[in-house]
Design a protein around this ligand. Structure first.
Ligand SMILES: NC(=O)c1ccc[n+]([C@@H]2O[C@H](COP(=O)([O-])OP(=O)(O)OC[C@H]3O[C@@H](n4cnc5c(N)ncnc54)[C@H](OP(=O)(O)O)[C@@H]3O)[C@@H](O)[C@H]2O)c1
Length: 317
C-alpha cells in the first residue's frame, strides 16, 4: 500500500509498504481520510525528542474509512462498515486498530469526512468543561478544537467569547454564533475587553486551546473567582510557569481536559458523530483544506503556517 512518511523535519515522502494485517481483536480499515492534528506540528517542525524517519503512516491518528478485514475474536464489526478509528498510522491507504477503538458512522452520509479522534477530543473537552445555558465562556484559541467547543457551547445556550490570533479564526468563530470575538493581542488589552464585556465579572469557564505559555496566562486571568480554567491545549514543549498567587486567590478549579482511556476517547468519537449528524457541529465548515497522500508535506506545512482561510486539513489516499 501507499503510505506517507515524515523522513526528517519538514520533509515528507510517499512510500510503498506492506499492508498491515489485523491481529486478534483488531480490524483493518481502508482509510478514506485522516485529519491533520495541531499536535502534528512539532514533529513536522522537528524537536530533539523525535526520531526520524517516522514509521509509515505516522503520526496520522484521526483516520476514518471502511472496515476491510477483521481479526480473530472480532464479532461486532463487519467488513463494509464505515467507521472512525483510534489508530496511529492513518496517513496511509490502510491502518489497523483495536476493535474497542472503532466507532461506526451509521448516522453520517457516505463519503462525509469525519476526523473522529479530533472531534471526539473536542467533545470530551466540552463535556469536562461543564458548560450549560447561561454560562459565560471564553475560548482562547479558535483552532479546530476551539471551534468545535465554541459551536457546542453556542448550541448549549452559553454566552461565548472567542479569542484567537488570526482574523480568519475570529471570522470562523463569528460564523459559529459566538457573542464576541477578540484578537489574541497583548494580555492587558484582552483582559480589559473581556472585563468590559462581562461587567467586570470575567468568565465562569475559560478554555485554553492553544498549548503555549502566553495563552495559558491570558486564560487564567479571564477566569472569575471560583471559575473553571480548562486546559485543553497540549503543553508539549516543556515546563510552564503559572501565576499561582492568582490561581490560588481566585480559588480556581483547574481541569486538564485530556483523556487517555481509549474507551473514553471512543465514547467521545461516538458523541461527536451524533453531534455532526444533528448539526451541533458544522464539520463541513471547519474542514477547510484537503490534500492527497502524496501532498502530506503540504498538508503539514499548512497546519504549521496557518494561512488565511485555513482551519483544518484532511489527507485523503
Ligand atoms: N485536550 C485534547 O484532547 C486535545 C486534542 C487535540 C489537540 N489538543 C491540543 O489542543 C491545542 C489546539 O488543538 P487544535 O486541534 O485546535 O489545533 P489547531 O487547529 O492547529 O489550532 C491551534 C490553535 O493555536 C493557536 N496558535 C498557534 N500558535 C499560536 C501562537 N504562537 N500564539 C497564539 N496562538 C497560537 C491558533 O490560533 P490561530 O488559528 O488564531 O492562529 C489556534 O487557535 C493544541 O495544543 C493541541 O495539541 C488537545
Amino acid at each position: 500500500m501507499r503510505a506517507g512518511v515524515i523522513a526528517a523535519p519538514g520533509q515528507a515522502r510517499l512510500a510503498r509498504v506492506a499492508r498491515p494485517e489485523p491481529g486478534p481483536g483488531a480490524v483493518r480499515v481502508r482509510i478514506e481520510g485522516c485529519g491533520v492534528c495541531g499536535s502534528n506540528a512539532p514533529v513536522w517542525e522537528g524537536r530533539d525528542w523525535f526520531a526520524y524517519p517516522l514509521r509509515a503512516g505516522s503520526p496520522g491518528h484521526e483516520g476514518w474509512g471502511v472496515v476491510d478485514a477483521v481479526g480473530d475474536g472480532v464479532a461486532q464489526l463487519r467488513p463494509g462498515t464505515r467507521v472512525a478509528v483510534l489508530s496511529e498510522r492513518a496517513f496511509a491507504e490502510y491502518d489497523t486498530a483495536p476493535a474497542a477503538g472503532v466507532v461506526a458512522l451509521d448516522a453520517l452520509p457516505a463519503g462525509a469526512p469525519f476526523p473522529g479522534e479530533a472531534a471526539g477530543c473536542a467533545m470530551n473537552v466540552f463535556r469536562r468543561s461543564g458548560i450549560a445555558a447561561g454560562t459565560t465562556v471564553a475560548i482562547v484559541g479558535v483552532g479546530f478544537l476551539g471551534a468545535v467547543v465554541a459551536a457546542l457551547a453556542v448550541h448549549a445556550g452559553a454566552r461565548v467569547i472567542a479569542i484567537s490570533r488570526r482574523g480568519y479564526a475570529l471570522d470562523v468563530a463569528r460564523g459559529l454564533g459566538v457573542d464576541l470575538a477578540i484578537p489574541l493581542a497583548d494580555r492587558h488589552t484582552v483582559v480589559e475587553r473581556v472585563r468590559a464585556a462581562t461587567a467586570g465579572e470575567l468568565c465562569d469557564v475559560v478554555i485554553e486551546a492553544v498549548g503555549l505559555q502566553a495563552p495559558l496566562d491570558v486564560a487564567a486571568e479571564l477566569t472569575r473567582e471560583r471559575g473553571r480554567l480548562v486546559i485543553a491545549g497540549y503543553h508539549q514543549d516543556g515546563g510552564r510557569q503559572v501565576d499561582m498567587q492568582l490561581w490560588n486567590w481566585r480559588g480556581l478549579d483547574v481541569i486538564n481536559a485530556h483523556e487517555r482511556d481509549p474507551a473514553v476517547c471512543a465514547a467521545g468519537m461516538r458523541a461527536a458523530a451524533e453531534a455532526v449528524a444533528d448539526g451541533r457541529i458544522p464539520l463541513d465548515r471547519l474542514l477547510t483544506h484537503r490534500f492527497a497522500l502524496d501532498e502530506l508535506g503540504a498538508a503539514l506545512e499548512a497546519q504549521r503556517a496557518r494561512p488565511d482561510g485555513f482551519l483544518k486539513a484532511v489527507v485523503v489516499p
